[in-house]
Design a protein around this ligand. Structure first.
Ligand code: SF4
Length: 335
């Protein structure tokens, strides 16, 4: 029997899952029945950017397959330790666009809040894997960001990012949203998150109530890269959110060995649509140190996108794009 004193009592299911992640490469390999031949290098690669894998996500992987596309996204590998020319710690020069700690202002009319450095999963290709969160997450950051936003009536959209903003609980998010909603020029709320893809239960009723608040026009941008990540449990929730009036988009990263083939991209778009989620962007990899083994060439990317347009209606074809440091918008390679 679970008593009120038992650890985890009162915590919602998603928070219990978030507190019980797989963090040891050896454990994940063993769960999947895989050999641990490169374990010392895998442990070394995970030293600065540790493994974080929710068990529900690991359950979507295929046991016995060392090349599983979901496993590839989260398992530290020896290649991460190689220095590659052109790959840097801050590929988007984000440190040049922070007027106050925790707030990035790159694009006209929009500001991005780094609300946390935490993520429910660590994606090995993440462009913020070396991000100096400690300098952006001071105790007063929300007050400073709100003060900055209050003097910028030209900003009408606020984007919650991180880390992953949905690792915060609803109470903390609610506090932040109250402060933001008091600024009348902010009319659009956009939340970028991968948490629901790895822990679908994060799309709970409390969060829906916050985002369906009529003071906002709310957009949830999910981050799924492979059709197998879109579990029935996730799509049941996204359909409910769509019915509640939340705009649901998805952005993916084109990743070698994960989704760099036509059939996978076709199935990804179709599956997203089943869940009421529109494919929005297919990003080229940001050249972050440690992720070169995920790179897909521009020519291959354009070729895949061209084939995708031949297979799907236009509204299911994401824009192929990349972020360039210093540019006023994303660069769209093919729309
Ligand atoms: S969830 Fe997003 S921010 Fe976190 S590691 Fe993955 S890609 Fe990076």
């Amino acid at each position: 029997m679970i008593t009120q004193d038992a650890p985890g009592w009162e915590l919602p299911d998603w928070r219990r899952q978030q507190a019980d992640l797989i963090t040891d490469p050896a454990e994940l390999l063993s769960m999947l029945g895989l050999a641990a031949d490169a374990l010392p290098e895998q442990l070394a690669a995970a030293r600065d950017f540790p493994l974080r894998v929710p068990r529900a996500y690991a359950a979507l992987m295929t046991p016995g397959d060392p090349d599983d596309p979901l496993l590839r996204q989260v398992m530290s590998v020896p290649e991460e330790l190689l220095e590659q020319p052109g790959y840097t710690a801050d590929p988007l020069d984000e440190s040049d666009h922070t007027p106050v700690p925790g707030l990035l202002h790159k694009y006209h009319g929009r500001a991005l809040l780094v609300v946390t450095g935490a993520c429910a999963v660590h994606c090995r290709y993440c462009f913020r894997r070396h991000f100096p969160y400690q300098t952006h997450l001071s105790g007063k950051r929300w007050e400073q960001a709100l003060a900055w936003l209050s003097e910028r009536p030209d900003i009408n959209e606020v984007i919650l990012s991180g880390g992953d903003p949905l690792t915060l609980n609803n109470r903390r998010l609610g506090q932040l949203l109250e402060g933001l909603a008091a600024l009348p020029h902010l009319v659009r709320l956009r939340v970028h998150s991968r948490t629901p893809v790895v822990i679908p239960e994060r799309l709970d009723d409390g969060l829906l109530a916050l985002m369906a608040d009529p003071r906002w026009r709310s957009v949830l941008v999910l981050h799924a890269n492979h059709p197998r990540e879109l579990s029935p449990s996730l799509l049941e929730r996204t359909r409910q959110w769509q019915r509640a009036g939340i705009t649901l988009l998805n952005q993916s990263v084109l990743l070698a060995g994960v989704n760099d083939d036509l059939e996978t991209l076709v199935r990804l778009s179709e599956r997203l649509h089943e869940g009421g989620i529109m494919p929005y962007y297919l990003h080229l990899l940001d050249k972050v140190q440690g992720a070169a083994h995920f790179a897909v060439s521009d020519d291959q990317a354009r070729g895949l996108h061209h084939q995708l347009r031949g297979r799907l209606p236009g509204f299911l074809v994401p824009r192929l794009s990349r972020e360039e440091p210093g540019e006023a918008a994303k660069t769209v390679l093919a729309g």
